[in-house]
Design a protein around this ligand. Structure first.
Ligand SMILES: *[C@@H]1O[C@H](CO)[C@@H](O)[C@H](O)[C@H]1NC(C)=O
Ligand SMILES: *[C@@H]1O[C@H](CO)[C@@H](O)[C@H](O)[C@H]1NC(C)=O
Length: 377
């Protein structure tokens, strides 16, 4: 007797023809649609993998595709709030000297500041144990008043710091200048590897606690939101200095860039970003020549970041009687991109030696130093 339950299913299988294994494969041949789906899936997977491993790039800045569209002055002179005599007594332009090799740079910067008739005092903070009397004499010849400060060592025993920045935390002493017998209430700090080309006295009228110009890199990341610590506006305040020093122990930032990275972390939300003209970093010229060109009329500070006309390889000292040669050599470096700027520094240095020749002769070092009048080469 046939199994009735099974018999009920039999008609369904009546037309069933078992598949012959073809070429050893039991899989059915994909339809065109299935093949298309598989192709799209593989392609999308490939794109995702490529995207995942792609180097992260910052979005291009409008400055990278710069057009000179504007037609207005950067500053409205009549809109600057006037400062009283008292305000000006508390206003200072400050630079620093941590190594003898920067003494000619400070003297030259000082002369450039005299040429623009700044109304502020000129102060140079220096680390006495690291500076010879001759270098001190040279650096202050054009008007900077020397102010000795104690060095601030890099936190974490200087782990990860670039060696050219090991003294830079001393810059935090700017905030202690309110303790001078004639207190500084407003300070514009300028790195000594700079020239001032136009007065920047308007900065002293800023209502903010802290201002600085954007940092710029010739390569990635190019134009950034971070600021360059080569030109700063700040209000000296010993209480704030205390917070800065306390924060050094807990702040998270890349240690290589020393105080600049730290200050970027500390003032991250509050920094007033100054126009590029206040920190004419040579990297701007390398990255975006059109931007550099458009800055020329207003450029306040020319900042010798990429190359320095007064140092070998941006680090080794140049003997004073070799400086003129070094300037000419630096003009040809970087394929001559910075020729004009290097020669400009050389001219300013030569003029400094001429204008302050009497003072310079008083500096002991100049017994072996060629007479400025006879060394115009
Ligand atoms: C400059 O500032 C003054 C005073 O605030 C104002 O009257 C004048 O219109 C401004 N000029 C320009 C060109 O913006
Ligand atoms: C600085 O002052 C001198 C003397 O008063 C003057 O001749 C010169 O033009 C001034 N320079 C600038 C840039 O204002």
């Amino acid at each position: 007797m046939p199994n009735m339950r099974l018999a009920r299913y039999l008609p369904r299988y009546r037309n069933y023809i078992p598949l012959e294994p073809r070429d050893g494969l039991l899989l059915p041949k994909p339809t065109l649609l299935q093949a298309c789906f598989a192709g799209v899936f593989a392609f999308s997977l490939l794109l995702n993998i490529i995207h995942f491993f792609r180097p992260i790039r910052t979005l291009p800045s409008p400055l990278d595709d710069y057009q000179q569209l504007k037609r207005y002055p950067m500053l409205n002179q009549s809109a600057i709030p006037p400062l009283s005599e008292d305000d000006w007594r508390g206003a200072a332009i400050v630079t620093t000297l941590y190594s003898d090799s920067y003494a000619p740079a400070v003297a030259t910067l000082g002369h450039s500041l005299q040429l623009v008739n700044t109304s502020a005092r000129m102060i140079m903070m220096y680390i006495p144990s690291q500076i010879s009397p001759e270098a001190l004499c040279l650096a202050t010849a054009s008007g900077f008043v020397a102010h000795p400060v104690e060095r601030i060592a890099p936190p974490g025993s200087g782990r990860g710091i670039r060696k050219q920045f090991v003294d830079q935390y001393t810059k935090l002493r700017l905030w202690t200048l309110d303790t001078l017998s004639e207190p500084v209430r407003r300070a514009v700090y300028i790195d000594s590897d700079t020239l001032v080309l136009h007065s920047l006295d308007e900065l002293f009228a800023l209502p903010y606690a802290f201002a600085a110009g954007p940092d710029v890199w010739a390569g990635d990341p190019g134009f950034t939101l971070a600021f360059n610590a080569g030109v700063l506006f700040l209000r000296p305040d010993s209480a704030l200095f205390g917070s800065l020093v306390a924060a050094l122990g807990v702040a998270r930032y890349p240690p290589a860039f020393a105080e600049q990275a730290f200050l970027n972390q500390f003032f991250a939300t509050d920094v007033l970003r100054l126009p590029l003209a206040y920190n004419g970093n040579l990297a701007i010229k390398q990255r975006a020549p059109k931007v550099w060109e458009s800055l020329q009329d207003e450029l306040r500070v020319l900042h010798y970041t990429v190359n320095k006309p007064f140092l070998y390889d941006s680090s080794r000292p140049v003997p004073l009687d070799r400086l003129a040669d070094r300037v000419r050599e630096s003009a040809e470096e970087y394929k001559g991109v910075f020729r004009e700027e290097m020669l400009m520094w050389g001219d300013m240095w030569r003029e400094t030696r001429r204008v302050y020749s009497d003072k310079l002769r008083e500096c002991m070092i100049f017994s072996s130093f060629p007479d400025p009048e006879n060394d115009e080469r």
